[in-house]
Ligand binder design. Structure first.
Ligand SMILES: Cc1ncc(COP(=O)(O)O)c(C=O)c1O
Length: 347
């Protein structure tokens, strides 16, 4: 039986078109040394990404984590305070790197469905007084993974950025799944980051590219980001091998994210009928279920699912996350629903 892997959209494998694009790049002799700016495919990806994101320039980086770090390090100084949402990826899941590697002090605040409300930001900005670290940036995540793939709408970004900019803070968007938000709202990715100074997008999540992320912002920012990327060991040579699938990702794979959202909704509709199971209605492709009122732990549920060839992460306390993506069809989704119902004793 096919294993259904709904641990994350990062498990998506590259499409045939992506592999063909790598081969075409080789045949057309377009690869070059990107550290010295000679890989034609990387240049094409960066130009296309900058245009899609409405920024002056863009830069290919190895991963989302590296993209976030570079965005922070290129624009802040050691000792600065960075406002982050308390369940954000930058705060929880990047190894504490902003502190350990950049000397930055993360100030976590509580969001509403992952969104940092403007008044929350305002009250988190430290006074300009020697007792305090200097607050120089706010990071927001769109979609917000741990809050449940939740969306921050353009007007919310605008309100947040207004408070940030009025207080001389920069705004960085962790847009690992920005295109999920764009597709769900039927707006362009650009509309979601007009007010952000910098943005990071991942090519390798729902968009299915094998490797890579892109950061974008002003020409001045990218100039400095290039230096920081080199410092972090992220300068790659024939990086067109990564960029070629990345171009396919941003040009061809965005619209189909709707299918993942529809499957997440389908799963929600089935699972929300299970008595005592708390299920959050998904905005996009990520669905969390809470087992607080049930006689089974998240770990146990993950073990039972694994016995039936369904993979989920079991380490979210009483919460279990299901992530829908290209490699999980509607039929697979229905099978997940059947199996969860079976394990929880309701079918
Ligand atoms: C919201 C968010 N930001 C950043 C990242 C980091 O991306 P990467 O795994 O490529 O470092 C992830 C990865 O899952 C993520 O979900």
């Amino acid at each position: 039986m096919k294993t259904i892997d709904i641990r994350s959209d990062t498990v998506t494998l590259p499409t045939d078109e992506m592999i063909d694009a790598i081969v075409a790049g080789h045949k057309e002799r377009r690869f070059g040394d990107d550290v010295i700016g000679e890989d034609q495919i990387v240049i094409e990806l960066e130009q296309k990404a900058a245009q899609i994101l409405g920024k002056e320039e863009a830069l290919l980086v190895t991963s989302g984590t590296q993209g976030n770090l570079i965005s922070l390090f290129a624009q802040t100084n050691r000792g600065d305070e960075i406002v982050v949402e308390e369940r954000s990826h930058t705060f929880l899941f990047e190894g504490g790197s902003m502190a350990s590697m950049g000397g930055l002090y993360p100030k976590p605040v509580k969001g509403v469905r992952g969104y940092i409300q403007p008044e929350t930001l305002l009250s988190a900005i430290s006074p300009d007084n020697p007792h305090y670290a200097r607050t120089t940036m706010v990071c927001f995540e769109n979609t917000h993974n741990y809050a449940g793939g939740t969306i921050t709408r353009p007007e919310q970004v605008k309100a947040l950025a207004k408070v940030a900019h009025e207080n001389e803070l920069l705004v960085h968007c962790d847009g690992a799944r920005l295109f999920n938000a764009a597709v769900a709202l039927d707006v362009s990715a650009k509309d979601l980051v007009v007010e952000a100074d910098t943005v990071m997008i991942c090519l390798s999540k729902g968009l299915s590219a094998p490797v890579g992320s892109v950061i974008a912002g002003s020409e001045e920012f990218i100039h400095e980001a290039r230096r920081v990327r080199k410092r972090l060991g992220g300068g790659l040579r024939q990086a067109g091998i990564i960029a070629a699938p990345g171009i396919v990702a941003i040009e061809k794979m965005v619209d189909r994210l709707r299918e993942d959202h529809a499957n997440a909704k389908l799963l929600y509709e089935r699972l929300s009928k299970i008595p005592d199971l708390i299920v959050e209605e998904p905005d996009t492709n990520i669905l969390f279920v809470m087992l607080d009122n049930m006689d089974i732990s998240a770990l146990k549920l993950s073990e039972e699912l694994k016995k039936r060839d369904i993979l989920v992460y079991g380490a979210y306390g009483t919460r279990t996350r299901f992530v829908l993506h290209r490699m999980v069809s509607r039929d697979d989704t229905l099978r997940v629903a059947d199996v969860v119902e079976d394990i929880l004793g309701v079918s």
